[in-house]
Design a protein around this ligand. Structure first.
Ligand SMILES: [Fe+2]
Length: 186
């Protein structure tokens, strides 16, 4: 389940209802998809086949024409250079749609005239960042994520940088899974 944090105020939102409502207020769509049994390390075609009905519904809803699977890990060649492209504030000419299969990542969303929201995503989370939205993205500590991506037009996904420098003022802090309350001492 995603966690939303507003660094400026220290507010943290957890739980599907609170997260969905908080994100809807800044025009970010958020859904949870039921996990399908896909073995870790399964090829992209297996993942796309397992989630075909959800992908088809999204395509029909958002005009997406193609889907693929992005797979990033510490073993990915030139990982730092790849991440550096997306950890600066930017926007795209098309929606950024991600369904997380494995791993964790951190979107920062900068709504015009509103506070910056940090959204930590994990397996089962679907997020849609509408075209034109200012945002940036970092991986969490494990530096690994596997996600289905949907595209309206692959050519439209080039990042366009704001060069605002806003991203430099925010540490990419991931909170991790919700902590269970400590057990009472016995
Ligand atoms: Fe982006």
């Amino acid at each position: 389940m995603a966690v939303v944090r507003i660094p400026e105020t220290g507010e943290v939102f957890r739980g599907q209802e609170a997260v969905t409502k908080c994100l809807a207020a800044i025009e970010i769509d958020y859904e949870r998809w039921e996990a399908h049994p896909v073995p870790a390390g399964a090829p992209a075609e297996t993942i796309l086949a397992a989630y075909k009905s959800e992908i088809d519904k999204l395509k029909a809803r958002g005009g997406y024409v193609t889907a693929d699977v992005i797979d990033v890990s510490p073993a990915t060649p030139n990982l730092d250079a790849m991440l550096a492209k997306f950890s600066r504030e930017h926007w795209h000419d098309e929606d950024e749609v991600r369904f997380i299969i494995q791993g964790r990542g951190l979107f920062h969303i900068h709504p015009r005239g509103d506070k910056i929201h940090a959204i930590e995503v994990e397996a089962g989370d679907l997020i849609r960042v509408p075209r034109g939205t200012w945002h940036w993205f970092d991986l969490c500590e494990t530096r690994a994520i596997r996600a289905i991506r949907l595209f309206q037009d692959v050519a439209g996904w080039t990042p366009r940088y704001t060069d605002s420098g806003k991203d430099k003022g925010f540490e990419p802090v991931c909170l991790g899974p919700a902590q269970l309350p400590p057990r009472a001492a016995v």
